[in-house]
Design a protein around this ligand. Structure first.
Ligand code: ATP
Length: 253
């Protein structure tokens, strides 16, 4: 039996004539920090939204912790922390009220909420803003608050869609440490990003998608072997060579 926390089997999602996700296969196990990379329009966000139960697939199935998303979308939501690319926060709550709201909704006992909230807000350098309205947060502050909210209930699976966009270097560094610790405690993370040099250092595995399909799926040791052999000296090199056939050539003048 599979010990995967996430299993995506033959996932298909179409938007009218566009096939955004095309029979995508993926398994993620506890402890893995998976970089989910690919060109703009490759299908990363669509895949994450199907996993999170925000989109209904046209084919295939997603299981989180053995629960099928089409059978029990609410049950699956309880096992996931999701930070979407387009944030959906409550503008007229303070940062603290927002985290409490999420904590209560996810059934986190008040004492644990308090402890985790303090830890996360300190680490993300948001403690000074916990009493300010979310609508007054800068873009980077709002993204950090969303990450804190996703982590608060310690879900077994975190989905982070471009969650490092707009973060300052101190926060980027701190959150990378937070994510490493999270995985070391047996949770799993699927992280989409275009910051390839960061992913090269951070991830235990890289999954590259293009045209809605997984094109490469490499564990850390396989990546290291490619880097060291010189076949692909960097993740950027691997990315550029793998995605070249999928890039649109400029139209003739
Ligand atoms: P990016 O790196 O730019 O965030 P992505 O890999 O996350 O890209 P998706 O947002 O999943 O890609 O988009 C996959 C395909 O689906 C693209 O061709 C996109 O134009 C299309 N698409 C996405 N959302 C919609 C929508 N709501 N309606 C129609 N087409 C959509």
């Amino acid at each position: 039996m599979s010990d995967a926390i996430l299993r995506v089997e033959g996932l298909v999602k179409r938007y009218r004539t566009i096939t955004a996700v095309d029979h995508l296969q993926l398994e993620v196990r506890p402890g893995e920090l998976v970089g989910f990379i690919g060109p703009n329009g490759a299908g990363k966000t669509t895949t994450m939204r199907c996993i999170a139960g925000q989109l209904v697939p046209d084919g295939g199935e997603v299981w989180v912790g053995g629960v099928a998303v089409t059978q029990d979308p609410v049950g699956v939501k309880g096992k996931i922390g999701y930070v979407p690319q387009e944030l959906e926060l409550y503008a007229y709550l303070t940062g603290e009220e927002f985290l409490r709201f999420v904590g209560d909704l996810r059934g986190v006992p008040r004492e644990a909420q308090e402890e985790r909230m303090k830890h996360l807000l300190d680490l993300c350098e948001l403690s000074h803003a916990r009493d300010r309205l979310v609508r007054e947060y800068s873009g980077g502050m709002a993204r950090k608050l969303a990450i804190c909210a996703a982590l608060l209930a310690e879900p077994p699976l975190l989905l982070l869609d471009e969650s490092f966009v707009g973060l300052d270097p101190e926060s980027t560094h701190a959150i990378q440490g937070l994510l490493r610790d999270y995985c070391a405690r047996g949770h799993a993370i699927l992280l989409s990003s275009h910051i390839l040099d960061m992913l090269e250092r951070l991830c235990t595995r890289v999954v590259l998608v293009a045209a809605g399909k997984v094109q490469r799926d490499l564990q850390r040791d396989a990546l290291e072997a490619l880097f060291q052999s010189g076949e692909h000296p960097t993740l950027t090199d691997l990315y550029l060579k793998t995605t070249a056939p999928f890039r649109r050539t400029p139209s003739a003048p």
